[in-house]
Design a binder for this molecule. Structure first.
Ligand code: PEP
Length: 251
């Protein structure tokens, strides 16, 4: 049975002090119910070391929000996989829609990033999702299939054994408008079927597929009770310890 995984994407929020406060509060709020899910926090790069010192003796795992696909060199402003590893990072979010739209990342860039991440033992949280325009045109499945095929091109099952896929409809991110549990479930089921076709059923069955897009305590339970929804990637609500832990408890 797949364990639920709840990850918090802090985006560009919290300085070092804010990181200490938020993680300390999350740790205080966690209870016996929370321990049934895996928990990941993804603070900004500058706070990873601070965050690691606070989570290392807890059940909370650490992730980064991005990474460059080269290992080192003249890439001003970029962060390499080994730099992330050296801070204690276990996960890295790749292909978030804000990276795709604001920073023009393509499926090909994301594919290179996944390849470099897994080579260095980082576990990718690979984000995919359609825009509102694409959903209204009725091409959601086509868009998802293209993102999955291109993003995972050339990667083997063993390289991807620790990957998480996050289905995040772009129209639901930060908008307060979540996909209905049925809308999310049908895409998750499609993704699992596609992964079974590209790899095999056994791999697809154990793959964790998170939903992301305006997950809040009041909609988490219904979303997370869908058969193919194995967790949540949470933006806004992860910045408040009580809300984040309520979502974890719903899992
Ligand atoms: C996200 O940024 O991954 C996200 C899902 O944000 P929010 O929960 O705020 O919609």
């Amino acid at each position: 049975m797949r364990k639920k995984v709840i990850a918090g994407n802090w985006k560009m929020n919290n300085d070092v002090n804010g990181t200490v406060n938020l993680i300390s509060e999350i740790k205080k709020e966690l209870n016996a119910k929370s321990q049934k899910a895996d928990i990941i926090v993804c603070p900004p790069f500058t706070n990873l070391e601070t965050a690691y010192a606070l989570v290392k003796d807890s059940t909370i795992k650490l992730g980064a929000q991005n990474m460059y696909f080269e290992e080192s060199g003249a890439f001003t402003g970029e962060i390499s996989p080994s730099m992330l590893k050296s801070t204690g990072c276990e996960f890295v979010i790749l292909g978030h829609s804000e990276r795709r739209t604001i920073f023009h990342e393509t499926d090909q860039t994301i594919n290179k990033k996944i390849k470099t991440a897994v080579k260095h033992g980082l576990k990718p949280i690979f984000c995919i999702g359609e825009t509102l325009e694409e959903r209204e045109k009725g091409i959601t499945f086509k868009v998802i299939e293209t993102q999955v095929r291109n993003g995972l091109e050339g990667l083997t099952q063993s390289e991807l054994s620790d990957m998480i896929i996050a289905y995040e409809p772009v129209w639901a991110i930060g908008t307060g408008r979540n996909a209905t549990p049925q809308q999310a479930q049908e895409v998750h089921q499609f993704i699992r079927g596609l992964v079974a076709k590209l790899y095999n059923q056994g791999f697809a069955d154990q793959l964790v597929i998170q939903y992301g897009g305006s997950v809040k305590p009041d909609n988490a339970k219904e979303l997370l009770s869908q058969p193919d929804i194995d967790g949540a990637l949470v933006g806004g609500a992860c910045l408040k310890a009580d809300l984040f832990v309520k979502i974890i408890d719903a899992a």
